[in-house]
Write a protein that binds this ligand. Sequence first.
Ligand SMILES: NC(=O)c1ccc[n+]([C@@H]2O[C@H](COP(=O)([O-])OP(=O)(O)OC[C@H]3O[C@@H](n4cnc5c(N)ncnc54)[C@H](OP(=O)(O)O)[C@@H]3O)[C@@H](O)[C@H]2O)c1
Length: 336
Amino acid sequence: MDLSVTSLLYFGALLYVVVQLVRFVCADVDFTLQWAAAFGNKPEIKLRRKVVWITGASSGIGEELAYQLARLGARLILSARREKELERVKHCCLSCSSLQEEDILVLPLDLLERDSHEAKMKSAIEHFGSIDVLINNGGRSQRSLFLETSMEVYEALMELNYLGTVSLTKQVLPHMTQRGTGAVATVSSVVGLAGAPLATGYSASKHALQGFFNSLRTELTEYPGITISTVCPGPVQSQVVHNAFTEQLGKPIPAAGDQEHKMPTARCAHLILVGIANRVKEMWIANQPFLCMYYVWQYMPTVAWYLTDLLGRRRVQNFKAGLDADAAYFTRAKAS
Ligand SMILES: NC(=O)c1ccc[n+]([C@@H]2O[C@H](COP(=O)([O-])OP(=O)(O)OC[C@H]3O[C@@H](n4cnc5c(N)ncnc54)[C@H](OP(=O)(O)O)[C@@H]3O)[C@@H](O)[C@H]2O)c1
């Protein structure tokens, strides 16, 4: 090999590394999902006319998923507790798409009322005959310090985010195994992979979901037509902070804070649909610098501990000073 060929190879390798670095710096998703978005199946082809059941469809990410799915022609089952909000979402879905009244079923459901889930499943099947995709999205977050938080809050977080989700999945999955096809996508969180102060119970409930669905996926290897996906978003614009648990059940968040710095809901919903259309098993969705932290957690845990302690201390200080915990990464506590 003469010198010029070697130099060309070095230059090519360097260029490749630079391109990947630029892609990473500009990215808001992990490499697999980025690849799927660029070259994979289009949601409008894969999800058209599919029956998709969305929990937590009355606001935030679930509501936006409903609009995008309606526009691409999927048939919908909309679930959450507030029926009036679900009817509003249905109305918006109908006006932004060519779907007909019977293509959208409003099915109010409380994830905490596990005894009701079998009947809800029956109603869904009666209406559509089948369910192609279940998106386990309903859930609530937490903003409180462990030392100040009652055990009831920890129970509620596990009951809702973990057991409620497992219960509904238990109703839907046998139907999918019978047909040999289907997808279950569960919205976890970045704190389902890592840890964050003020969210001990929330993080635990999302870790539980990750462990559960990672194990379930391997139990279903005999069903290659069934996909189990977990979605791990970072901060996304929604009502999640407003609705978060605090130290005591029923105590509201004083102020939800600014949402500006978070990922737009529409972008997050679009990426989730790309992931489902491409049968992606785990999706990391976050703006930088949050996305970078997923990689650090995954591949350099010692560095991750150091950074998390550093940022976590700031988050706790700001929370104690009455600032919004999410924005607190970018602001300093005011001296009293
Ligand atoms: N936004 C973020 O920054 C972020 C980041 C990571 C993960 N996530 C996850 O994304 C999912 C969606 O949250 P979001 O951000 O869209 O927040 P959101 O706007 O507060 O939406 C939460 C949804 O969950 C439903 N829900 C709450 N309690 C329920 C219950 N007991 N039974 C049935 N549904 C219930 C709510 O509807 P009703 O009140 O009508 O029941 C609402 O539709 C959650 O699992 C959350 O943990 C969000």
